[in-house]
Write a protein of this length. Structure first.
Length: 76
């Protein structure tokens, strides 16, 4: 089971609609405030591994954020 916040749920919903040809990549990019290339990357991952693409992206973002925090903390 994947637990998602509202932003992640919106991303999954929009990408699933793009995969089903209900909305375009350009409109999805506007809805999610992401670049066209990011939407294409999400779509490719969605088609490849399914809904888990969002957990992978969220994890990477979290790790990068934590690294920045630790770098700032260690620099003092």
């Amino acid at each position: 089971m994947i637990i998602m916040d509202s932003k992640a749920q919106l991303t999954v919903d929009v990408i699933s609609k793009v995969a089903g040809s209900k909305i375009s990549i350009v409109n999805a990019a506007k809805l999610l405030n992401k670049s066209r290339r990011t939407i294409e990357r999400y779509l490719h991952q969605y088609q490849k591994i399914g809904i888990q693409f969002i957990a992978k992206d969220h994890y990477i973002t979290h790790v990068r954020k934590m690294r920045k925090i630790y770098k700032r903390r260690d620099s003092f």
